[in-house]
Design a protein around this ligand. Structure first.
Ligand code: SF4
Length: 681
């Protein structure tokens, strides 16, 4: 348990006097204190001290006193996890390019430094200028998943910002969240001022305009307060102000609706979609980390969105439609980025990078360019087909053919039809045979258990598929290895599975034991699993409503932090918090919803029609698959109308075709002309 837990009774935030008389509005000439000197003596006493010092290559430091608006971009996890986050890097670039805007970064201090900061009254500070969080105008927090919620409260408290939005005054920053977990911000509603839905590039600048104009007006003596600012922010498309909406419940405790309680705000808040990625600056001068991080590479987002339609995948659903970057832009970004940063690895990132319509050419050109150099290329793709192997062969010209990863996600063809994975067992076995025959030594297979409609035979099929793959591996080399990685499924908002019941940890444990028992005689076949209890809190926060918020606060006050870390004993803390606040985990997580029940995120519009999601859920239950709409007619999920995006074409206007594995020789994916498409050639 942490020795540094905040006080268990409100308020946790120190009195205003702790800010040394500093007043935020009207502070052009006033520089808040830097805490570097206070931090320096502590560095030798904490783990990984380099993560707190800043000064990285390509760090940007704007002039504090010259800026009209100041953002603190926060990631609610450690530097080693958060530093490579693309969302933060993009916003950092977009905001800092503005002459009168300053953006700095903050990552969560590990518990050892937090303890010392609390002892010495050092507030959470930015990495660039070591300025206190409370001195910024906007605290912009990226929420890639739900397990950072307690860290968000902790960062606010450490930054001397009241954790409750209702207690913040003109002197406090606006606390704004974005990212995938912001698509259901209701469990955080009392703690945030705003949530931003969708792509951040455009909306961040519009928010910045509103904040800067509001400050100017106040400085000129205008009679505008924090409520005025929130009202103005609510007029920015994609910005949701939770305090302007209220939930209504039925007598039996179900949600009836979340409705506006402030005049002039939209009943449903639409997400923002950047239509042309090429129009926006992509960080070329990426920050080179000072210490070890989870990914140390120059990364280029080669496209955004995914329309494969995997029914469990929130990222794929909420980032529709697909928008590609041109191959020549990718090539240029890589060349300039590698030169500037000196990274030895380049990552071509997206949700399914092998699906870029020009990836064959991109991979070939980059492999040609960097052949014989120390630069390696990687493409995170788990697509189960021979084309993926062909691409990996190209990209690995500079290295050894060690590990390849595929994600069949489910063990049986039936279960894969339910989740719309569109991959047969034959595809998988043929693909792994291609991989081993072409010299790859280790294949990893990703699966989920606890999926809707799952039967015992579906669980056993995971083990059996692992065994068959392992037998293929051994056929091509005695030292070849296969690892099956199995995690528990967590239903997420804005997906067809948002109505599904989540398996209990006990049920997940039972299913894992079945897999373990079935493969026990195959010693070379490795099984990796997540802690079944990990998904419990994630599931609750993903689909909870505002009634879950007191449990989030209670868990944090009891010491919950870093909820996704194995090192942290947070589940017991959470169970106590749930008991004390009367939040029923079974009701929120392990219960199937019916069609009529309002969902806590119904007033937040991801673009997907709820009717379409329900139809897709019914298709899942009847094991009916749905093609990727990039190569089949549009099935009206609701996302594209209103956007000027020709969704079934690639970067060069060529139409897309599905990629069909063509056997041991691999295959190629080509954008084709409408004539070729029509003729089926
Ligand atoms: S609206 Fe049609 S084309 Fe656009 S993402 Fe949905 S199904 Fe695909």
């Amino acid at each position: 348990m942490l020795g540094s837990a905040p006080p268990t009774s409100a308020p946790a935030t120190p009195a205003r006097g702790a800010r040394g008389g500093y007043r935020r509005p009207g502070t052009r000439a006033q520089l808040p204190p830097s805490y570097y000197e206070a931090l320096e003596p502590l560095l030798g006493t904490v783990k990984k001290p380099a993560q707190y010092v800043g000064g990285e290559h390509n760090q940007q430091e704007a002039d504090w006193t010259a800026a009209d608006s100041r953002w603190l971009l926060c990631y609610p996890d450690t530097y080693e996890v958060g530093q490579p986050n693309q969302g933060i890097q993009i916003l950092y670039e977009v905001l800092n390019r503005r002459p009168a805007t300053l953006a700095e970064r903050l990552y969560a201090p590990w518990v050892d430094l937090e303890e010392r900061m609390r002892e010495r009254d050092i507030p959470a500070f930015s990495l660039e200028g070591h300025r206190p969080a409370w001195a910024f105008d906007v605290i912009g927090v990226t929420l890639p998943h739900e397990l950072g919620h307690t860290n968000l409260l902790n960062l606010l408290d450490l930054g001397r910002i009241p954790i409750h939005a209702a207690e913040r005054t003109e002197e406090d920053p606006i606390v704004l969240v974005g990212g995938h977990a912001a698509y259901n911000p209701e469990p955080l509603a009392p703690f945030i001022d705003a949530a931003v839905m969708g792509d951040g590039e455009e909306v961040a600048l519009e928010v910045d305009d509103v904040v800067a104009a509001h400050k100017r007006e106040r400085e000129a003596g205008g009679d505008v307060d924090r409520h005025t600012l929130l009202r103005r922010l609510a007029q920015v498309e994609g910005v949701y102000i939770p305090s302007f909406y209220a939930p209504r419940y039925t007598d039996d405790g179900r949600l009836k609706a979340t409705v506006p309680i402030e005049a002039g705000v939209p009943p449903r808040v639409p997400k923002r979609t950047v239509q042309d990625l090429e129009q926006w600056p992509f960080p070329q001068k990426q920050i080179v980390p000072m210490t070890e991080t989870v990914h140390e590479r120059f990364s280029v987002e080669i496209f955004r969105g995914c329309t494969r339609g995997c029914r469990f995948c929130q990222a794929g659903m909420i980032t529709r439609p697909v928008r590609e970057r041109k191959p020549e832009t990718i090539q240029r970004l890589v060349e300039e980025g590698v030169k500037d940063t000196g990274f030895g690895e380049v990552g071509l990132l997206s949700l399914s990078s092998a699906d870029h319509s020009g990836i064959g050419k991109v991979a070939r050109d980059l492999a040609d360019e960097y052949e014989g150099t120390v630069t390696s290329l990687s493409l995170p793709s788990t697509r189960v087909d021979a084309f993926n192997v062909t691409l990996s062969n190209e990209l690995s010209r500079n290295g050894r053919r060690t590990g390849l990863t595929f994600a069949p996600e489910a063990g049986s063809d039936r279960m894969r039809a339910v989740i719309n994975k569109m991959v047969s067992e034959q595809d998988l076995l043929r693909t792994t045979e291609v991989a081993f025959s072409e010299g790859w030594r280790h294949v990893k297979l990703y699966f989920m258990i606890g999926l809707p409609t799952e039967r015992e035979e579906d669980v056993l099929a995971i083990a059996e598929l692992g065994i068959k793959t392992y037998e293929l591996a051994r056929k091509h080399g005695k030292g070849n290895k296969v690892t099956i990685s199995v995690g528990g499924f967590v239903p997420k908002p804005h997906t067809p599975f948002q109505w599904a019941a989540q398996d209990s940890p006990e049920e997940i444990k039972r299913k894992l034991a079945l897999i373990r028992q079935t493969i026990k005689d195959h010693r070379g076949l490795k099984l990796r699993t997540n802690d079944p209890e990990e998904g419990v809190i994630e599931g609750l926060l993903a689909r909870g409503d505002r009634r879950v918020a007191p449990a989030v606060e209670r868990a944090w006050r009891l010491g919950a932090r870093f909820d996704g870390w194995h090192e942290m004993p947070t589940l017991d803390t959470w169970r106590r918090a749930l008991a004390e606040t009367g939040v029923d985990l079974d009701w929120f997580s392990h219960r199937e919803r019916d069609e009529r029940e309002a969902l806590p995120w119904d007033h937040l519009d991801s673009g997907l029609e709820k009717d379409w999601l329900w139809e897709d859920w019914q298709d899942a239950l009847s094991e009916k698959e749905l093609d990727d709409c990039r190569w089949s007619p549009c099935y009206d999920c609701g996302v594209c109308p209103g956007l000027s995006i020709q969704h079934d074409t690639g970067y060069d206007g060529g139409m897309q075709l599905p990629v069909v594995p063509s056997g041991l020789g691999g295959n190629e994916q080509l954008p084709v002309t409408p004539e070729r498409y029509a003729s089926g050639a």
